[in-house]
Design a protein around this ligand. Structure first.
Ligand SMILES: Cc1cc2nc3c(=O)[nH]c(=O)nc-3n(C[C@H](O)[C@H](O)[C@H](O)COP(=O)(O)O)c2cc1C
Length: 246
């Protein structure tokens, strides 16, 4: 197995950081690795905002529902859907941009932002740093928009903590790979058994970590997915001009 695949197969999120800063040279390499990433039709409708300031990170920790690792990690990057950038290109060519009013637009920008996030994570981890993605910023997207000074046609989709690891986390088990890889056709026959097994595996994992608050995968999904857990996304995205009615 080569080193890149070893690194990727050893992925785990880190929520415990030292206060050692991430050097500008490291951060520049990480960002340039993500900048080279592909985007649909080469739209490049993704931008990054790097926050290092401790008070601003503390504010993001609060916006995300009280996540102390955001205040602790020395770097927080917000991945922005940026149809404001593409609007300028469309207008340069004498047309009016419409894509940001569609499901296709939001979906494709979310894919491109997700690729960016993945590249940032792999690059950071390859330098020995720890990372954890932060969807919690969508709990209050308007507060992120205000903090980062985001204009119309932009949206703060996902964040990422980066820093030097204080306490490394063990690998979190996954559902059996047969629920992930399907051959030729979709096949959910094994799902129920795999999920029962995984609920047990995850409970032993929490026990090994001494985490009495650990719950099964099914219970975690029920808790989160019985509702729209970040209900502010739709109205705030609409306010930013990002609609999904086309
Ligand atoms: C899009 C996305 C959003 C996430 N948001 C958060 C978050 O707000 N806070 C957090 O602590 N972890 C967050 N995570 C990390 C997941 O909880 C984590 O990836 C998952 O539990 C699997 O654990 P592992 O990454 O250690 O393998 C997020 C992960 C992703 C991919």
């Amino acid at each position: 197995m080569n080193d890149t695949i070893k690194l990727m197969q050893a992925h785990r999120s880190c929520r415990s950081y030292t206060d050692e800063p991430v050097s500008d040279a490291m951060l520049d390499q990480i960002i340039r690795a993500a900048w080279r990433g592909p985007t649909s039709i080469n739209a490049q409708e993704v931008s990054l905002i790097v926050v290092k300031d401790a008070a601003r990170r503390a504010r993001i920790a609060e916006i995300a529902g009280g996540q102390p690792h955001i205040a602790q990690a020395p770097v927080f990057i917000t991945v922005i859907i940026d149809f404001n950038k593409t609007r300028i290109g469309v207008e340069n060519a004498g047309q009016k941009q419409i894509i940001h009013e569609s499901m296709e637009g939001f979906g494709v920008a979310a894919v491109d932002a997700g690729i960016t996030l993945g590249l940032l994570m792999t690059a950071a981890r390859s330098l020995g740093l720890g990372i954890v993605p932060i969807g919690g910023i969508r709990r209050d997207p308007q507060a992120m928009i205000d903090l980062l000074g985001l204009p119309t046609l932009t949206f703060p989709l996902i964040g990422l903590c980066i820093g030097h690891i204080a306490n490394d986390a063990p690998l979190k088990p996954r559902l059996d790979i047969s629920t992930f890889r399907h051959n030729e056709r979709y096949n959910s026959n094994g799902y129920a058994a795999a999920i029962d097994q995984y609920d047990k595996t995850l409970m032993s994992y929490w026990q090994q970590l001494g985490r009495s608050d650990g719950i099964t995968w099914s219970a975690n999904l029920a808790y989160n997915l019985k509702q729209v857990y970040f209900p502010q996304v739709k109205p705030v995205a609409a306010k930013q001009g990002l609609l999904n009615d086309k």
